[in-house]
Ligand binder design. Structure first.
Ligand code: HEC
Length: 335
C-alpha cells in the first residue's frame, strides 16, 4: 500500500482552477483596506514589505474579458520575491482582493500573480468557515500558468469553441474536439485517481472511477488521428500509450469489482507510472496548439483547465475559479 501513497506524490503538481459575482468589491474605505492587508499578506512572499496603490482599470479591455462591467478602480499590492514554480530567482508579485459570492455567503479572495510570467502565484480565501475552505484546490491554483490570449477573451469564446467542436464535421472541428477532450479529461484524471486510491485503501468494490479513466484513455486513443499537428510517429505513440493506459484502467476496474486488491494496486501502479512518460513527450506540444485556437488555459473553468477537487463543493470551486479570473483581469488591466 505504500505504493498507493507514493502515487499521490507522482501526480503532476497543481500547475494547474464563470460568471461575474454581483458583489464586485467597491474600492473600499481604509477600514476595509486594513482587513485586506491581512489577507494579502498570506498570498505575497513571506516577509515582503508590499507597496499598495489604487489604480484605474482599463474598462474596455476588462469588460471584454469579463463580459460584464468591471470595477472602476482596483487596489493593487506589489512585492518582489521568489516563487517555487517560476523560472526566475526573483519575480514581481501583484495581488488584489475580490469579493466572491459562495454557497456559504460572501468571501474575500486574495489572488497574487506573476503577471510578466502569466502565472497565478498564490490564492487564499477569508470569510469562509474553516471546514469549508477547499485547501487543496487553492493550493493547486498556485503556479497555474495561463495563456494571455485566453485571459483576454470572455468565457463565451470557450463555450462557442466547445459547441463548434461538438457539432462540426471537418478536420479542424475534429482536431478541436480532440484538443478539448484531452485538456478537459486530463483535469479529471488526477481527482479520479485519488478516489481510486481511496477505493483500494478502503477495499470498496466501486469501479466507476476506474471505468471513467478507461473511457478517457480509450477516447484519447481513438481521437489521436485527428491531432494533425503531430508527426505520424508521434500520433502512433500517443495512440499506443493511451491504449495501454485504457487497458490498465480496465484491469483496475475489473480487479476492484472482484475485490482483488493486489491486482487493483498493480494496475493502478501501471497507470500512475505512465503519466510522466506521456507528459514528457506530449504535454508541451498541446498547449500552444490550444492557445492558437482560443482554447488555451486561462478560462478558469473547473473541469476544463482547472482541476476539480474530489469531495469539494462544485459551486464553491466554480466561484473561486471565476474570482481568480476576475482578479487577474483587474490586475492585468490596472493602469
Ligand atoms: C497518453 C498520454 C497521456 C497519459 C498516459 C497521461 N496524460 Fe496527462 N496529459 C497529456 C497531455 C497531452 C496533456 C496536455 C494537454 C493540454 O495541455 O491540452 C496532459 C496534461 C495533464 C494535466 C494538466 C497539466 C497542466 O498543465 O495543468 C494533468 C493534471 C494530467 N495530464 C494528469 C495526468 C495523470 C494524473 C495521468 C496518469 C494517471 C496522466 N495525465 C496520463 C497526456 C497524457
Amino acid at each position: 500500500m505504500m505504493r498507493l501513497l507514493a502515487l499521490a506524490l507522482l501526480l503532476p503538481p497543481g500547475r494547474c482552477a464563470v460568471h461575474r459575482s454581483p458583489l464586485d468589491r467597491s474600492p473600499g474605505s481604509d477600514a476595509l483596506l486594513g482587513q485586506d492587508d491581512e489577507v494579502v499578506k498570506r498570498v505575497l512572499p513571506e516577509g515582503a514589505a508590499p507597496g499598495r496603490s489604487k489604480r484605474a482599470v482599463d474598462a474596455e479591455r476588462a469588460r471584454a474579458a469579463l463580459g460584464a462591467d468591471p470595477a472602476a478602480e482596483v487596489t493593487v499590492w506589489t512585492a518582489a520575491g521568489s516563487h517555487p514554480m517560476s523560472n526566475r530567482s526573483s519575480s514581481q508579485w501583484s495581488a488584489t482582493v475580490v469579493r466572491i459570492d459562495t454557497p456559504h455567503g460572501p468571501a474575500d479572495l486574495a489572488v497574487a500573480a506573476l503577471l510578466d510570467e502569466h502565472m497565478v502565484a498564490r490564492v487564499r480565501i477569508a470569510g469562509l468557515p474553516a471546514d469549508k475552505v477547499p485547501t487543496d484546490f487553492l493550493r493547486r491554483l498556485g503556479g497555474f500558468e495561463y495563456a494571455a490570449g485566453s485571459l483576454e477573451q470572455p468565457v463565451s469564446t470557450l463555450e462557442a469553441a466547445q459547441k463548434k467542436a461538438a457539432e462540426g464535421k471537418d478536420a479542424e472541428a475534429l482536431l478541436m474536439r480532440a484538443l478539448l477532450h484531452v485538456r478537459s479529461s486530463m483535469s479529471q484524471v488526477t481527482p479520479a485517481n485519488s478516489v481510486i486510491v481511496d477505493r483500494i485503501l478502503k477495499k470498496e468494490r466501486k469501479p466507476a472511477e476506474a471505468e471513467a479513466l478507461s473511457k478517457i484513455f480509450e477516447e484519447m486513443s481513438r481521437s489521436s488521428d485527428a491531432l494533425t499537428f503531430l508527426r505520424d510517429d508521434q500520433r502512433k505513440r500517443l495512440r499506443d500509450l493511451s491504449g495501454s493506459h485504457a487497458a490498465s484502467a480496465r484491469a483496475a476496474a475489473a480487479a476492484i469489482r472482484a475485490g482483488d486488491w493486489k491486482r487493483a494496486d498493480d494496475s493502478l501502479q501501471a497507470i500512475s507510472t505512465g503519466c510522466a512518460g506521456c507528459h514528457g513527450q506530449f504535454a508541451r506540444l498541446f498547449r500552444p496548439e490550444r492557445a492558437k485556437r482560443g482554447i488555451g488555459d486561462g478560462y478558469f473553468r473547473v473541469g476544463f483547465d482547472v482541476l476539480a477537487e474530489p469531495g469539494a463543493d462544485p459551486k464553491l470551486t466554480d466561484a473561486i475559479a471565476a474570482g481568480v479570473r476576475r482578479a487577474l483581469v483587474l490586475l492585468s488591466n490596472a493602469k
